[in-house]
Design a protein around this ligand. Structure first.
Ligand SMILES: Nc1ncnc2c1ncn2[C@@H]1O[C@H](COP(=O)(O)OP(=O)(O)OP(=O)(O)O)[C@@H](O)[C@H]1O
Ligand SMILES: [Mg+2]
Length: 337
């Protein structure tokens, strides 16, 4: 990228207090200096970036969103309010999913028009599919796209070991959500959505699922609700029909892996890496896995003072990721048997 453009982006990210973009552009500038063989300058800049006194250059300004609800016993927050900054151009989606999401957002934006025709816009979505394929990412992008903050709730924060407390926590989350307009995101939703007929279950979960269903049915605020799970097979059938759209985020195809590789290396010098061939070596990996390989390769390159990523560096990062996947697979297999 031309230097002027990079500087412009750097200042823009500073203006928007966007730590992630600031770092990304700073790294690009460092990579450019390396390419120009200004190794000392590149090293100094990198040191400055990495030794900045705060770990986050632009820490999230604490919220203006009133008092967030807490678990009574543990005093832990049940909700986190986020204002994500990633965009649709950052995510790879199938044409079908893109269309469904776009349509839902159009309905959401033109809710008043639909209502004048006696129609109710879609407002409750269920995202499912394997880990690392964009469920949380897409919820973040939607939040930015429609300009509403993301009210992020993870079910493990809500679930309490105290009888009755989980349902009370859920109510607090919905009560808080009713005070504004948000994208309300229930992550790791399967923790609650487990079959009510599960034989290992002792009644509490059933009550929780029931109260969730009631709260969801009665929630008519002009917010968008998204729930995400990577264990959709565990969901209670009664939950499915509560959602206006169900969107499946699959593992990437070879072509999609190839696209992600080009996206991730777009701003970083690399040589003689054929993305098509590499994609075929990464079949079955999630987007998050592929992304990790790319970021690891770039980090190796920076730490070893290389001026570009080559096949050897890429191989090292890929090998490491494959080993990591084997370890997690073994651990999962043990859990299942
Ligand atoms: N479809 C995609 N296109 C581009 N990048 C992606 C995509 N999916 C995931 N990623 C990258 O991987 C990261 C992790 O993905 P994300 O958190 O959305 O996974 P998830 O589906 O929510 O997984 P989990 O079920 O484990 O919560 C994202 O922040 C993004 O950087
Ligand atoms: Mg997620």
């Amino acid at each position: 990228m031309a230097r002027g453009e990079l500087l412009r982006k750097l200042f823009q990210s500073y203006n928007r207090s966007n730590d992630k973009d600031f770092r990304a552009v700073a790294l690009e500038i460092i990579a450019e200096e390396q390419k120009k063989k200004n190794y000392q300058l590149a090293k100094d800049l990198l040191n400055l970036l990495e030794n900045s006194s705060t770990p986050n250059l632009f820490p999230r300004v604490s919220n203006n969103f009133g008092t967030l609800p807490k678990d009574r016993e543990r005093q832990t927050l049940l909700i986190d309010v986020r204002q994500p900054d990633r965009q649709f151009t950052d995510i790879i989606l199938s044409a079908e999913n893109k269309k469904i999401i776009q349509r839902t957002l159009d309905e959401f934006r033109r809710a008043e028009l639909l209502r004048t025709h006696g129609l109710i816009p879609k407002s409750k979505l269920l995202f499912c599919g394997p880990p690392g394929c964009g469920k949380t990412f897409c919820a973040e992008i939607i939040s930015r796209e429609i300009g509403l903050p993301l009210l992020y709730t993870r079910f493990d924060a809500i679930i309490s070991s105290f009888l009755g407390e989980t349902a009370a926590n859920l109510r607090k989350v919905f009560d808080y959500a009713a005070t504004g307009r948000w994208v309300v995101f229930f992550d790791e939703f399967d923790a609650i959505g487990k079959e009510r007929d599960d034989p290992h279950e002792h009644g509490e979960l059933k009550r929780v699922v029931n109260s969730f269903l009631q709260l969801l049915d009665n929630f008519h605020a002009s917010s968008l609700v998204i729930a995400a799970t990577n264990h959709e097979q565990l969901l209670d059938p009664a939950l499915w029909r509560r959602f206006d759209e169900i969107i499946y985020f699959p593992l990437p195809s070879l072509r999609e892996i190839q696209t992600l590789l080009s996206m991730k290396f777009k701003n970083y010098p690399h040589k003689a890496i054929d993305f098509r061939t590499q994609a075929s070596r990464m079949k079955g990996m999630s987007y998050a896995d592929v992304e990790r390989v790319c970021l690891d390769a770039i980090k190796i390159c920076i730490i070893e003072d290389q001026d570009h990523v080559d096949q050897k560096i890429f191989d090292e990062a890929l090998k490491r990721q494959k080993m990591r996947l084997q370890i997690t697979k073994k651990a999962l297999d043990k859990k299942i048997t």
